[in-house]
Design a protein around this ligand. Sequence first.
Ligand code: SAH
Ligand code: SF4
Ligand code: F3S
Length: 487
Amino acid sequence: MSDLLQLEDLTQAQGDMHRPTLVERESIDYKAIAKNVGRIGEGKKYHIKTYGCQMNEHDTEIMAGMLEEMGYTATNDHHEADFILFNTCAVRENAEDKVFGEIGRLKPLKNRNPQLILGLCGCMAQEKVVQELVAKTYPWVDVVFGTHNLHQLPELIDKARNSQETIIEVWDKAGAVIENLPKLRKEGIRAWVNIQYGCNKFCTYCIVPYTRGRERSRLLEDVVAEVKELAGLGFKEITLLGQNVNDYGIDLKAYDFADLLAAVNEIEEIERIRFTTSNPWNFTDKLIQTIANCEKVAEHIHLPVQSGNNTILRRMNRGYTREFYLDLVGRIRAAIPDVSLTTDIIVGFPGETEEQFLDTLQLVEEVRFDGAYTFIYSPRAGTPATRFKELVSETEQKDRLQRLIDVQNRISREINDEMKNQIVEVLVEGESKTNPDVLQGRTRTNKIVLFSGTRDLAGQIVQVRITEPQTWLLKGELVPQRAGLAV
Ligand code: SAH
Ligand code: SF4
Ligand code: F3S
């Protein structure tokens, strides 16, 4: 009982944090602050291993851009690399364990080649415990730097190659928004664009607000300029990135996320606009209408619900109720009839009873998501939820996860089965990674489609008839030009 009281007090306190903290923000040009270390990577190779979310993937593109400016070239084989970097994720424990396992296995390589530089960056690097563990147990790591220190990569490599000690450079707080960072985007068709950094929500289980700092928005004109540049380079699809894109602009007090979507929608040559992630909180009617009205904004919303039970949602400090979420889904579907909805769900949160879990299952049945990322709760040091004592047993957690996956898979399959014989608009990405004999693309609703066709279709929008729907993807056949139109 005392645990429960403690829980209520804590969620109350966390609730206060929903008021966004306005931060002093300024934009700084990377070129003005970058320490020019010259082309010290000339003739050398780098290998970056990336974990975590799309934001981390995009950070890797930025670091690859910096490394190539220094003369480095990429390699997929870490054995031949001169610089190996782990861009890490701290959101769940198993991701962290994997990284330590890999760093451990690199010790012999480092012993054989003392010139090799090993680095660890990303969200794990922000954690004090990780910094200490690396210094104590993995001293063969040469450099550790945080999410706010990305722009210092060139000077840190320069320092590390001249030092016997592990260089640790981790700012606790975010500084300015850095503009004009170099980026190495490989695909040429789809691109990620950061619109906002950090998170103010402090969900009680989540480490992201601690690893990424408070919410900071990029200026609308800087985002638009980057998207225009990408359009000029031939990119067709843009995904706007932030932990809570709905909150975009709150710190700038001049415009909001809907205004940004409308501005990006005006950019010629861009065919599709996506965004992630939308917290259900602050998903305004203006935003729903803007998504409905902007023809380039794709009909897919990733709307993490986390739980279908109000007590759990409150303990998670999610800031909405089950009823609010269902009402929001109703308003979204009324305005955007063909929208596909995906979600994130955590099972086995401390104190979650069987009945409370059943509320989640029932919500999943009611909403009928197109897909869901499902997770077992993982305690993260320093987050409020670690103080909740009533842990759900591992067996129970695994059982709930499996039952949830079974329900969601059935629903995904049913929704996809309804698409059989439909003709859909597909943006062709190129050859499928798993089967180079077929092409892969995506529907506006973000479903993967595989079909036969020639490689020169990459980057084009084509019509595909769905012939064989599956749970996770759709197989189809190319429809000859214009044949998809009613005669
Ligand atoms: N900003 C996004 C989520 C980013 S983290 C949002 O709020 O919607 C991606 C997902 O990881 C979360 O939606 C959540 O489902 C999951 N997650 C975060 N912390 C977790 C933890 N401690 N244990 C298990 N899953 C977690
Ligand atoms: Fe922020 Fe999302 Fe983590 Fe909540 S789950 S604290 S909104 S990143
Ligand atoms: Fe992981 Fe950091 Fe993203 S914790 S999910 S890489 S913001």
